[in-house]
Design a binder for this molecule. Structure first.
Ligand code: SF4
Length: 221
């Protein structure tokens, strides 16, 4: 269990899965530069963060819900959580001024296209894990809204995805506590990285071996 003071941003798990160095640059060294990816992402989020509550038939929509998990050590705001009405014998939660039981269904708005989906799915799954811990109700699925394609895709929170997210959260905390930024590993994932200017992956070490050699040289000198 983590304490309130130890909680890290929920969105950081996607950054960690994309590249642990990216997570460390943003959250250990606290470097941040707006680029076209983060700016367009913010515009999409502003649309989702309007705080409006809506009702569409058997779905209730609530925007900007604060989530947290003490088991995984994260907190953050969910763009949208839909509550889908379920049958009386199914697992669900009561909602104010609404009859019956309702199951949470998180929806996350993202600028990127299909190539960045792993981190997005992990972040969405983490929202589901937070909702399960907070509301004590199963959250088996959610959806991503991809701004670039203007499409919505359903995401099943499989046991494989859940284990990946849980392990990534604990690894992210270990890295944060260590305070050590890992070396860069240059690859195709760098093309869409928001901290590529600070990281300079082509100019610095390309492998952990290279980084270790440099560290050892620094100790010896
Ligand atoms: S530029 Fe590449 S190596 Fe550097 S933080 Fe981003 S993804 Fe990681």
């Amino acid at each position: 269990m983590y304490t309130e003071e130890q909680l890290l941003p929920l969105s950081a798990v996607g950054q960690y899965i994309h590249c642990p160095r990216r997570f460390a640059l943003l959250h250990v060294e606290q470097q941040w530069e707006d680029n076209c990816f983060t700016v367009e992402g913010k515009i999409l989020h502003e649309k989702a963060d309007s705080g409006v509550k809506e009702s569409r038939g058997s779905i209730r929509i609530i925007r900007s819900i604060r989530l947290r998990s003490y088991e995984l050590g994260v907190t953050g705001i969910a763009d949208v959580v839909e509550f889908h009405r379920v049958l009386s014998e199914e697992n669900g939660v009561p909602l104010p001024k609404a009859l019956g039981k309702w199951r949470p269904f998180p929806v996350e708005y993202k600028r990127g296209a299909a190539k960045n989906q792993d981190g997005y799915k992990a972040q969405l799954c983490l929202q589901a894990l937070c909702l399960e811990e907070m509301l004590k109700v199963p959250v088996p699925e959610g959806a991503l809204f991809l701004g670039e394609k203007q499409c919505r895709i359903k995401v099943d929170f499989t046991s494989v995805l859940r284990v990946q997210v849980i392990e990534s959260c604990h690894a992210m905390h270990r890295l944060f506590v260590s305070g050590i930024t890992p070396p860069p590993t240059f690859g195709k994932w760098c093309a869409s990285c928001s901290v590529v200017e600070d990281c300079m992956p082509k100019l610095t070490c390309h492998s952990a071996k290279c980084w270790l050699e440099q560290e050892l040289k620094a100790i010896d000198s």
